[in-house]
Design a protein around this ligand. Structure first.
Ligand SMILES: *[C@@H]1O[C@H](CO)[C@@H](O)[C@H](O)[C@H]1NC(C)=O
Ligand SMILES: *[C@@H]1O[C@H](CO)[C@@H](O)[C@H](O)[C@H]1NC(C)=O
Ligand SMILES: *[C@@H]1O[C@H](CO)[C@@H](O)[C@H](O)[C@H]1NC(C)=O
Ligand SMILES: *[C@@H]1O[C@H](CO)[C@@H](O)[C@H](O)[C@H]1NC(C)=O
Ligand SMILES: *[C@@H]1O[C@H](CO)[C@@H](O)[C@H](O)[C@H]1NC(C)=O
Ligand SMILES: *[C@@H]1O[C@H](CO)[C@@H](O)[C@H](O)[C@H]1NC(C)=O
Ligand SMILES: *[C@@H]1O[C@H](CO)[C@@H](O)[C@H](O)[C@H]1NC(C)=O
Length: 656
């Protein structure tokens, strides 16, 4: 029964916003909630921050207030008036000031004090989902929020960057002149915040406590609060924060009214501010204390700088890496080379990480630095061993690997910069210049030579694992060079559950890889075949936007070849080309993409075909063998379909 009465009472309160309001001339026994260091003193003041420790604190009126009637309707008019005083420990130095605010919740413990005034934090500052309206009386100029000075009033909507702000002062009635007012003068200041729901206008007026309210507001601004204030009841509060320059913020009186003017405070009846504690001290003593405080600050700051520097340049170095010292870059060097990994030097971004342009500070060599986030150290040892050993190999058609660096959760790889950028940009971004056939053929031959070197000519067999146009980089003479060898291997050990599926790039994966997950020379050849088709046709291996028959490049080229219209697939942007050469490349591409790994040529054969030293087998491909076609249709085709179907694309796609 009692709870029903209470509920009715509660509903009535909410349903009758006209009656909502409060008036506190001093806060003895006031219906308030306080947090942080806030407390009600025996004189009836609210001390928001106490001058012994930096802090933030809030005072809320105990009951929530409804600012809207029907959902979606306009915000009601409201007004509030309060008197506060800042009493600095040392004259002229102060904390951050006071703010009137409306918030969805009384729990603001996640917010930051100091310049955020206990209203926001670094992660939510500026979010529309904060639903916080505030009027700040700020005594510190924070350039990061665009503060105009160190003594201003600002209207804040979900952010400490004020919607509008003005230096504190008031327009004298008689003369109409603007009079400056200092927030930290120590004297009590009266503030009126008024919102006109019809006109959506916020007025803020400030004056010394003893003066009557000036008729012209200091700040008058049209603000639509409909999306800021919520349909459900919200809390009104006053907040404050102080910093190393300790000061106490006091509230002397506060009134609030929904749909009307807040009741005037009884100025003569308000509790008095305490006297400035430092006021009676000898100036020399103040300066001495300040000097001590400052030198302590300097000491703390230098320790912080040292520690931060240590963290900033921290690296990860394990025992097994001792042998690779000669390939190791200090992180600081890479950091300096890229101006702290400045976005301006970003060359590209892909599944494996971001690539930055930089100049090594000592050698002045231009480099590309790949920054890969990699949590697990599993597989890392093998990977580093492999790339460092590959790093020894030098070849005209391989991008030169210079070294690496490891940090917690990331790996940095340093390569020689290729000024021509990556081939896929030229092939697929239809904006820049078009590569003519002669250049394309030269690039193809270069990449073939590079891959042949990896497969057969170096002391160890190296499987590239991710041959594709975006891993082909162009040097200053537009020669193609293969980059990124072995990177796919880093994700190949099942160490990273989200990456277990990853062993190359969709569209370049040989069908048997889906089953065996093993990269071989033959799977590299398959990817090289797809690469040949890409270069000749000027499009990506899987293009979801194309008509269905053309979506998968290999299938489309095959279809056109069967119906003897193979030149139909050639990149229409090329102005001239030698038909026989293009035909050879396309057929060779199909030959390399043979579904049966054993039927694919080796890279040595590929090079001979490309140089015209060996004729292409006319009907060598399994594609033409009826039994293989049947097999493909039964099983292999499923696999092929799987590797190409758009659903698996999202699962498997890691390429750029
Ligand atoms: C300030 O607050 C601390 C703890 O919150 C308290 O111990 C101390 O007495 C307070 N100082 C003053 C001057 O009230
Ligand atoms: C930021 O403040 C919001 C609201 O007070 C809180 O929910 C959130 O956890 C805070 N975030 C951090 C990182 O402290
Ligand atoms: C008020 O303050 C501003 C800047 O803070 C200053 O330029 C101006 O001269 C001051 N006006 C008076 C009347 O003191
Ligand atoms: C705000 O100030 C303007 C004059 O600058 C006045 O016309 C308007 O009525 C005021 N609004 C409120 C809500 O006091
Ligand atoms: C200014 O004018 C308003 C309205 O005319 C009046 O209420 C107020 O007392 C005046 N203030 C001063 C400081 O004279
Ligand atoms: C105020 O904002 C609300 C919600 O964002 C919008 O629906 C309404 O049209 C706005 N009113 C005016 C006058 O702009
Ligand atoms: C204002 O406060 C004074 C001192 O407490 C008291 O004498 C006076 O009656 C109050 N005035 C009103 C209007 O409440």
């Amino acid at each position: 029964m009692l709870s029903r009465i209470l509920l009715c009472f509660f509903l009535l309160r909410l349903a009758a916003p006209d009656e909502e309001g409060f008036l506190f001339n001093g806060f003895q026994g006031a219906h308030l909630n306080l947090d942080g260091a806030a407390e009600i003193t025996s004189e009836g003041l609210v001390r928001l921050t106490n001058s012994t420790a930096p802090d933030k604190s809030h005072v809320f009126f105990g009951d929530p207030v409804r600012f809207k009637g029907d959902p979606g309707s306009n915000v009601y008019s409201f007004s509030s008036c309060f008197v506060f005083g800042i009493v600095p420990l040392y004259p002229g130095l102060s904390g951050h000031g006071v703010a009137f605010f409306i918030s969805p919740s009384k729990d603001l413990h996640g917010t930051i004090g100091s310049q955020y005034m206990g209203l926001f934090n670094t992660s939510n500052n500026g979010n529309p989902s904060n639903h916080i309206f505030a009027v700040e009386l700020d005594t510190v100029r924070n350039p990061e929020f665009g503060d105009i000075d160190d003594n201003h009033v600002g209207i804040d909507i979900n952010s400490m960057s004020s919607f509008e702000s003005r230096p504190v002062g008031f327009y004298a009635n008689s003369s109409g002149r603007f009079e400056n007012l200092s927030l930290i003068s120590g004297g009590p200041i009266q503030v009126w915040v008024e919102y006109d729901g019809e006109r959506m206008q916020v007025n803020v007026t400030v004056s010394p406590m003893e003066a009557a309210k000036p008729s012209v507001p200091l700040l008058s601004s049209v603000v639509n609060l409909s999306s800021v204030l919520l349909d459900r009841p919200m809390y009104v509060g006053l907040s404050s924060s102080s910093n190393t320059f300790l000061s106490s913020h006091y509230l002397m009186g506060w009134s609030f009214k929904m749909n009307g003017a807040a009741q005037a405070l009884n100025i003569s009846g308000l509790p008095a501010l305490p006297r400035n504690r430092a006021a009676g001290q000898h100036p020399l003593e103040i300066w001495l204390r300040l000097a001590v405080a400052l030198s302590a600050l300097v000491a703390v700051a230098s320790i912080i700088i040292l520690v931060r520097r240590k963290i900033k340049y921290a690296e990860l170095l394990e025992d097994w890496e001792k042998d690779y010292r000669h390939r190791r870059f200090p992180y600081k060097e890479l950091f300096d080379a890229t101006h702290g990994f400045d976005e301006k030097g970003l060359l590209g971004e892909g599944g494996f990480g971001r690539v930055y342009n930089g100049i090594l500070p000592r050698s002045k060599v231009e480099v590309a630095i790949k920054r890969i986030s990699h949590e697990s150290s599993h597989g890392m040892k093998q990977f580093i061993a492999e790339i460092v050993s590959i790093g020894r190999l030098r070849h005209r058609h391989l991008v030169e690997f210079l070294g690496y660096c490891r940090r917690r959760g990331e790996l940095l790889l340093v390569y020689n910069l290729m000024p021509g950028g990556s081939l896929d940009k030229l092939l697929f971004d239809h904006a820049g210049l078009t590569l003519e056939w002669k250049e394309r053929l030269r690039i193809i031959k270069g990449v073939a030579a590079g891959l042949l070197y990896l497969h057969e000519e170096w002391e160890k067999v190296v499987i590239h694992r991710d041959v594709k146009a975006s891993n082909v980089l162009l040097d200053s003479d537009f020669n193609g060079r293969l980059g990124d060898f072995g990177l796919a291997r880093l994700y190949d050990h099942g160490s990273d559950p989200q990456r277990t599926q990853v062993f190359g790039t969709v569209g370049y994966l040989a069908p048997e890889m889906i089953r065996t997950r093993r990269a071989t020379k033959a799977t590299d050849v398959f990817a090289f075949g797809v690469f040949l088709l890409e270069v000749a046709c000027g499009r990506r291996p899987v293009d979801p936007k194309s008509p269905e028959v053309e979506m998968v490049l290999v299938d489309w080229v095959l279809r056109c070849w069967r119906s003897e219209r193979i030149l139909q697939v050639v990149d229409p942007r090329m102005r001239e080309y030698v038909a026989e050469e293009v035909e050879t490349v396309l057929k060779l591409g199909l030959l390399c993409c043979d579904p049966l790994p054993g039927a694919r040529p080796s890279m040595r054969q590929v090079s001979l075909f490309l140089e015209g030293l060996l004729p292409l087998p006319e009907s060598g491909s399994s594609y033409l063998d009826p039994s293989v076609t049947a097999l493909m249709e039964n099983e292999a085709l499923d696999v092929r379909f799987m590797s190409y179907s758009p659903e698996t694309v999202s699962l498997l796609y890691v390429g750029r």
